[in-house]
Design a protein around this ligand. Structure first.
Ligand code: GTP
Ligand code: MG
Length: 232
């Protein structure tokens, strides 16, 4: 009985979140913005990758960041150094961003910047390998990061995020020789969960693999703009 009741509450919560996510996406579409949701366990390299991406694409795309952390603006401050709009959201006890929190972030962004001037909003989700994958925030693409130091088995043990992701980034490849990890094994485990997902191997420290990631971001923004033109 309790279980049915709990399941019903969870379904309601997810439905309400989904409605909010659809609403956020409608705003992004109206402004011609592509939204990417970056997710991973704590420390897999989301902020480091964002730093490299802001530098790499500074002459190509107008980017803003919605930065989710349980506490502090440490990551937001790291990214503000690149001169882009960064909205910090502290989630308190919550282990993920939900669509309502991101709606608040969009509202703040709108108060200080003209959204139509932006091409891309990247949401850096709270570091957690499970919860963020269950809560859409209005993104057009979910990008999950798995660093080589986390272990080859993680896609099998925490499948939800790997199943939901449109793109999987295997990060910190510069550290692979030191942790005796088999990158092909990681990829095979990811493909057991999500056979057709796009996978890039990269190191934000050395720059290895970043060109392919930048190309994917640019292509995604272009495809999104084309899709919107076709629907107006
Ligand atoms: N060697 C190496 N270290 C990296 C790489 N990317 C990130 N790091 C380091 O890993 C640590 C965590 O990186 P962050 O970018 O802060 O990770 P994060 O996913 O944003 O962490 P949270 O926001 O706390 O979830 C930092 O000390 C980075 O310098 C990489 O490609 N190679
Ligand atoms: Mg971070």
């Amino acid at each position: 009985m309790h279980q049915t009741f709990d399941a019903a509450i969870e379904m309601n919560l997810l439905h309400a979140n989904q409605r909010g996510a659809d609403h956020n996406r409608a705003h992004f579409d109206q402004w011609g913005i592509t939204c990417i949701n970056l997710m991973s366990s704590p420390g897999a390299g989301k902020t480091q990758l964002l730093e490299s991406t802001l530098k790499g694409l500074e002459h190509t795309l107008k980017v803003a960041v919605i930065e989710g952390d349980m506490t502090t603006e440490l990551d937001a401050d790291r990214l503000r150094q690149y001169g882009v709009p960064v909205i910090a959201i502290n989630t308190g006890r919550s282990c993920h961003l939900d669509s309502k929190m991101v709606a608040g972030g969009i509202h703040q962004l709108q108060q200080h910047h003209e959204p139509k001037a932006l091409d891309l909003v990247v949401v850096e989700n709270v570091g957690n390998l499970v919860c963020p994958a269950e809560f859409e925030v209005g993104e057009h693409a979910k990008v999950a990061l798995l660093s080589v130091t986390e272990g080859e088995d993680k896609p099998l043990k925490y499948p939800v995020m790997f199943r939901e992701a449109d793109v999987l980034l295997i990060t910190k490849t510069d550290l692979a020789p030191y942790v005796e990890v088999d990158l092909d094994r990681i990829e095979a485990n990811i493909r057991q969960i999500n056979p057709n997902v796009t996978i890039f191997r990269l190191s934000a420290k050395t720059g290895e693999g970043l060109t392919d990631w930048f190309a994917w971001v640019q292509e995604t923004v272009k495809n999104q703009a084309n899709r919107l033109q076709l629907t107006v």
